[in-house]
Design a protein around this ligand. Structure first.
Ligand SMILES: [Zn+2]
Length: 368
């Protein structure tokens, strides 16, 4: 009975050997982990607010003592969170395969022979009406976003890396941030059914999400790492919010150490991560992303940290940043704008690129 493996057993064996050991409670449960010190937190599966969701961090098991009234292991959680099964339902067939793929994506493991099949149909929303007092259920983890992560490669040495280096926003000695990824054309098409235009060799992708990859901003590039011609191909997958890039200032006594920078767009956030003394730089989608609740959310990793705003040099950006600054200051946060005076439609990425080019020029002139 040597070769009695069914495909299902093959997946299970691969999962146990290659994926499960690389998972952590942070990866699996992400923002749904009860706060440190708290025994239980709100249940993300039914959108609860009370402390009814229990996680065993070592076993990666969970239980909801409220409406779900069920529990399970990490795959049960991922499947329920992605809307593939109801909480507590038996996990089998396509939903099982998809849950394994989600977990593999989180672990950064490519499974053999568990290629991107069409994801199973998502469940229709529950017929039951929510309790009047509950907020809408937490957003499911977008299956596509995690599939893209599994299919992507680190940007260094790829056209994505060449593109960012050429734009001058991430100077050569610094390794590229891990959330900047290269997605070959086949991977984008297979994983997400997003069709890249024919000449495109792939896409540069910026992955968003705190403990889990929840969203992407993609832009098509040619094989030599240039943007496609006038008809730029850009797509967003999932809901972009927060945590794009993380660096630390080498200056220990920097008063803005650990601040969070909020910039308009991914390249500007990359530049912010290089030149500003910040712990994190986040990208929002243009000036409109700085406004209202979205801006507050981007500026708030939940620890009341100082905020550096880096709006683009146009009226919309400046106005939105001023409005956000006032709201943050009213909430007791320390706020600085890195340049209220920036004009001419320029952003921090332009300024950094110029500074890098000028430094290169000086270095060339200094050579004998
Ligand atoms: Zn629940």
């Amino acid at each position: 009975m040597a070769s009695a493996f069914t495909p299902r057993e093959g997946i299970a064996a691969q999962y146990a050997r290659r994926v499960r050991p690389r998972l952590s409670a942070e990866l699996v449960f992400g923002d749904a982990l009860p706060a440190s010190g708290a025994a239980r937190g709100p249940c993300p599966l039914h959108g609860g607010r009370g402390p009814n969701f229990d996680v065993d961090r070592r076993a990666l098991s969970w239980r909801c003592y409220s409406r779900c009234s069920s529990g399970g292991d990490e795959l049960d959680f991922l499947a329920a969170r992605a809307g593939l099964v109801r909480p507590g339902a038996r996990l089998e067939g396509d939903a099982y395969r998809e849950a394994v793929r989600l977990a593999a994506g989180l672990a950064g493991v490519a499974l053999e022979g568990v290629g991107p099949a069409a994801p199973p149909a998502r469940l229709p929303p529950p017929a039951r009406r929510p309790e009047p007092s509950s907020p809408p259920p937490a957003a499911a983890i977008p299956v596509q976003a995690i599939a893209l992560w599994a299919a992507s490669q680190p940007a260094d040495g790829t056209p994505a890396g060449a593109y960012v280096r050429r734009r001058g926003v991430w100077p050569e000695p610094l390794p590229l941030p891990p959330r900047l990824r290269w997605l070959p054309r086949e991977a984008v098409s297979d994983a997400t059914a997003l069709e890249l235009p024919a000449p495109g060799a792939g896409a540069v992708g910026y992955a968003y999400g705190a403990a889990q990859i929840g969203a992407w901003q993609l832009e098509a590039l040619t094989a030599d790492g240039r943007r496609l011609g006038p008809e730029r191909w850009r797509r967003a997958v999932g809901k972009r919010q927060g945590l794009a890039f993380r660096v630390r200032s080498p200056w220990e006594h920097e008063p803005w150490q650990d601040a969070i920078a909020v910039a308009e767009g991914e390249l500007t956030a990359l530049a912010a991560a290089v030149v500003l003394p910040v712990g994190e730089a986040r990208a929002v989608g243009g000036a409109s992303g700085l406004r209202g609740e979205a801006g507050l959310q981007a500026a708030d990793p939940g620890e009341g940290r100082a905020v550096i705003l880096s709006p683009d040099g146009d009226r919309a950006g400046r106005d939105a940043a001023r409005e956000l600054a006032a709201r943050l200051e009213a909430a007791g946060r320390r706020v600085r704008a890195d340049d209220w005076q920036r004009t001419d439609g320029r952003d921090l990425a332009d300024e950094l690129a110029e500074a890098v080019a000028a430094a290169d020029e000086l270095a060339r002139e200094a050579r004998p």
